[in-house]
Design a protein around this ligand. Structure first.
Ligand code: IPT
Length: 941
């Protein structure tokens, strides 16, 4: 009978948690690639699998079975057709009945054979990640059991293996009692999703060691703490010291080169005992909280961070070393300097690469029990549940212990995190104590608010030296944190700028605030990549609900700053801009360029473009220093490149005066519902029912209706405000003219915009004036107070053209899409492109492709053209607002049926309201306004 270990939270037979390292033999050549070690044998690759609907169906001698189907390790079983795909954010995908394990608990018997050479040495087997728990059998004998999906589980199998062929059987269960502590916002996958390998080791070998570094003046001090029962020889900086069992020794590095994300310098350390050699790279650095500030190597650095999950669209959690390296390289290219391993530790290979490539890591324990909030009684009640429940104490503590023990020797780990969204109680306190007892790096935990339980004040009294919040507004940070006289700890946002869909808007406000004081440590954008799944029929990314699951959280998993396949969107580049290491300031014709780095010089090429002429200059700007360059009059663009790749940019542009509109005489004649306006050779039919232009004959062509448009295809960040829009039938609201008059060659309409059965949303006056080649529509409007809208999506005009109007020329913030609160990354300039490429593809279609502050935009079929001027935003898209709104997936967008040219008096900003604030003041369609837009019809210019 299978022992019911899964109904508890303890591992059985695992070796004590230790730092990650891979031993080599003396005869091996020195390498930092574990595959080069003769003591390392990968067990990744082809395995067999037998699925069981329930753990209760697993026969006692299941390990006598050789396995029915093929499976690759590492992987997630769902990608092999087992079980089902399910995405839930914070809700538990099983009944909330702790500590009871879900009754329906599928089991997967994995098996394979492996060769072993015992030769008097010890053999260990290591699993770097298995979701959610597993039993291991070697040659038919039970070895042990482990859980905590993202811990490294090691078993000593010396007494189980024999020379030659051996059989390995692993029974993986979907759930265990610890599943209440693994409710992270992710697809709920199962399987051996990280590497498995054997380690062959001498009888008496190193078990664990800790490397600590300090800075003393210009010198670095490296302490080696031997946590093993054997003596070891440690070589560092050309010096070898013998360190007895359980002892420690120190090395001094004169004029040390310090490690930082900007200067990821690593020293070699070689640790030897018996025939074993461990190559451990060491970064010398100090990470601490001191005098109310977070200091790294003594400097108040900022985290330009992202939250990262393990995710690959075709492999789920089973990301390879190459996949992780891709993430790291892309992060570096986007000026990211910090990663929170949300909400569990990453693979050790990820930390190894962060050491090497330079990223600060907040290493988070594998803990989230968020679902208790939605299980019933809400936040207050929930905070008292699992965090105080004795049943979970051991596991909550162990999760932090594993996090610290496994990753303590990585220089990149600048902070530990106790987990995410799990409340605060005695159990978290114990976890904090366990971390502090082991290591002096600052500890992060967000899920603790100023509240009192019994006679304990759980906030300032928590023992945490940093304060963390998620999604708070800049105003909140000022009013509730900076202005709190009692608060003396440094502050960070462990999550902000929820990057779901088109966005994030508002980074400027966050970064102006973060850069304004050393007390703010910066933040981590939620999150790095969309979790869009590629599996099954259809050629596109899927999200929650696409696999028929009853309980799911839809597209809330599509909230990355890069797409599932790591393509950039406008938001990625906006993040890159606010994370850039150079600051550009212009005063008259002096440009000051400052290196914001604390440790690394900026050596590259600055390109200054003025009046169409580019001037290049090689620069080397030491940390925290500036250079000043001369500019000439007029607009200027500065771009900074390192090794050919752009790292930073800025633009200084002044507003252009609007072109003069010279009014022509008109003749008007009423025909039924149409007021025909003739101006020179042009004719406009104005619909006196709506106040819109119904059709145009001008510039040798005919055009259709120019419709008043107050909608946008809802972006994900509209998800809450759109409920208000929907409640007032905004989608059905249409312009209705109350009356019109002709005055001095203008036609003036008083209109309302209203839906059947409801009072008007808008009252407006439209004034049409006409020039030689076009028409100007001035608007003066007010949104009805009863609507209580914070803002409308937009207000402007849309003209549908034939799809042959595919050529677009404009001068605006481009060439990516830009909005009032997300444009600084873009360069205002002249662009030519194709309308078909103007829609930027999101996994779930939404408004996209706008350009902020245009001087003009012109679409043409190569011969005839429509040009718009005077708007604050425009788009020329191959899809209508309704087509975008109605498609749930990108691959469902219909065949293109035209060109939709929209010219907006106002297009609301994006904000990050899917989880954070609405667009900030000043970035939205005002509830009253007046402006004018001109349409010109003629030949292509
Ligand atoms: C926040 C979670 O910490 C994160 O894991 C993710 O789920 C995010 O929300 C939404 O995408 S918690 C939320 C209640 C603010």
């Amino acid at each position: 009978m299978l022992k019911p270990y899964y109904k508890d939270t303890k591992s059985v037979g695992t070796t004590p948690a230790r730092s990650y390292y891979i031993p080599f033999s003396r005869a091996d050549k020195k390498s930092y690639d574990r595959e080069d070690s003769s003591r390392f044998t990968s067990l990744c690759g082809a395995w067999k699998i037998t699925p069981y609907e329930s753990v209760l169906d697993v026969p006692d001698d299941f390990y006598n079975n050789d396995g029915a189907d093929d499976i690759a390790v590492p992987s997630c079983v769902q990608y092999y057709g087992y079980d089902y795909f399910q995405y839930t954010n914070d809700r538990f995908p099983f009944p909330y009945d702790p500590p009871r394990v879900p009754e329906r608990n599928p089991a997967y018997h994995y098996s394979r054979y492996f060769d072993c050479k015992v030769g008097g040495e010890k053999t260990y087997i290591v699993f770097e990640g298995v979701d959610s728990c597993f039993y291991i059998f070697v040659n038919g004998k039970a070895v042990g059991y482990s859980q905590i999906s993202h811990r490294i589980s090691e078993f000593d199998i010396t007494d189980y293996v024999k020379d030659g062929k051996n059989k390995l059987d692993v029974l993986v269960l979907k759930w265990n009692m610890g599943s209440y502590l693994e409710d992270q916002d992710k697809w709920r996958f199962t399987g051996i999703f990280r590497d498995v390998y054997l380690l062959r080791r001498p009888q008496n070998h190193i078990t664990d060691y800790k490397i600590e570094t300090r800075i003393h003046g210009a010198d670095g001090i490296v302490a080696f703490i031997n946590k093993s029962d054997v003596q070891v020889a440690v070589t560092f900086g050309g010096e070898t010291q013998s360190v007895p069992a359980r002892a420690q020794s120190e090395f001094t590095v004169k004029n040390a080169r310090l490690w930082s994300a900007e200067t990821p310098f690593l020293y070699d350390m070689v640790i030897q005992s018996d025939d074993e050699v461990i190559y451990n790279r060491v970064g010398i650095r100090v990470t601490e909280v001191k005098d109310g500030l977070y200091l790294f190597n003594g400097k108040p650095i900022k985290f330009y961070g992202v939250n990262r999950h393990d995710f690959h669209p075709e492999k789920g959690y089973a990301v390879s070393r190459e996949d992780m390296l891709t993430d790291i390289e892309l992060m570096k290219s986007l000026n990211v300097n910090a990663v929170r391993t949300s909400h569990y530790p990453s693979s050790p290979l990820f930390y190894e690469m962060c050491d090497e490539y330079g990223l600060y890591v907040m290493s988070e324990a594998d803990l989230e029990s968020h679902g208790f909030v939605k299980s019933d009684g809400g936040y207050d009640w929930a905070m008292q549940a699992i965090p105080q429940d004795k049943n979970f104490e051991q596991s909550i503590v162990e999760r932090s212990v594993c996090n610290v023990e496994e990753h303590k020797n990585f220089a990149c780990v600048v902070m530990w995190s106790l987990g995410n969204e799990s409340g605060w109680g005695a159990n978290e306190k114990r976890a904090l104590e366990a971390v502090v007892a082991r290591d002096d790096r600052p500890v992060h935990y967000e899920s603790i608010y100023p509240y009192v339980v019994g006679d304990e004040e759980y906030y300032n009294g928590s023992g945490l030296k940093t304060v963390s919040r998620m999604y708070s507004t800049p105003d909140w940070i000022v009013n509730e944190y900076l202005n709190d006289a009692k608060e003396t700890r440094p502050f960070m946002l462990c999550e902000y700028a929820h990057a779901m869909g088109n966005g994030p808007g508002g980074l400027k406000e966050y970064w102006e605030l973060f850069e304004s004081t050393d007390r703010l440590m910066g933040g981590f954008i939620w999150e790095w990549a969309d979790h869009g799944v590629k599996y099954g029929a259809g050629d596109g990314f899927k999200y929650g609900g696409d696999f028929g699951e009853n309980l799911h959280d839809g597209n809330f998993c599509i909230d990355g700053i890069v797409s599932p396949d790591r393509q950039f969107k406008a938001g990625s580049l906006q993040m890159k801009y606010y994370y850039q290491p150079l600051k550009f300031e212009r005063a008259d014709n002096k440009l000051t360029v400052t290196n914001k780095n604390f440790f690394g010089a900026q050596t590259g090429e600055l390109v200054i473009t003025q009046n169409g002429k580019a001037q290049k200059r090689g620069v080397c700007i030491p940390p925290r220093e500036s250079i000043v360059m001369d500019l000439t009059d007029g607009d200027a663009t500065a771009q900074y490149y390192v090794g050919g790749a752009e790292v930073a940019r800025a633009q200084f542009v002044s507003d252009k005066p609007r072109a003069k509109f010279v009014c022509e005489k008109i003749k008007t004649e009423l025909h039924g519902h149409a007021l025909i306006v003739t101006s020179g050779d042009n004719e406009y039919r104005l619909d006196v029912q709506s106040g819109e232009v119904e059709s145009v004959r001008a510039g040798g062509a005919e055009y259709g209706r120019i419709s008043l448009n107050i909608l946008r295809a809802p972006i994900d960040n509209d998800m809450y405000i759109r409920q208000k829009w929907d409640a007032r039938y905004l989608k059905f609201a249409r312009p209705c003219a109350r009356g019109y008059r002709v005055e001095k060659d203008s036609v003036i309409f008083d209109i309302i915009v209203a839906a059947d059965s409801l009072v008007p949303v808008i009252d407006a006056t439209l004034t049409y004036s006409f020039c030689k080649s076009g028409v100007r529509v001035a608007i003066d409007y007010k949104v009805n107070d009863v609507t209580k809208f914070e803002f409308l999506p937009r207000i402007g005009w849309t003209l549908k053209l034939d799809r042959s109007y595919d050529k677009l020329k404009y001068n605006a913030y481009g060439d990516g899409e830009t909005y009032s609160d997300m444009y600084e990354y873009a360069i205002k300039g002249e662009y030519e492109c194709s309308v078909k490429d103007e829609y930027k593809h999101y996994v779930k279609p939404q408004e996209s492709g706008s350009h902020y502050l245009p001087d003009y935009a012109e679409v043409s079929d190569g011969k005839r053209a429509v040009r718009v001027e005077g708007m604050t935003s425009f788009s020329a898209l191959p899809y209508s607002t309704a087509q975008l709104e109605n498609a749930a997936h990108d691959y469902e967008l219909p065949e293109r049926d035209g060109t939709y040219l929209s010219a907006d008096y106002y297009m609301s900003g994006l904000g990050t309201n899917a989880c954070g604030p609405l667009p900030f003041d000043g970035y939205v369609t005002p509830n009253a306004g007046a402006d004018a837009i001109c349409f010109y019809f003629g030949e292509k210019r």
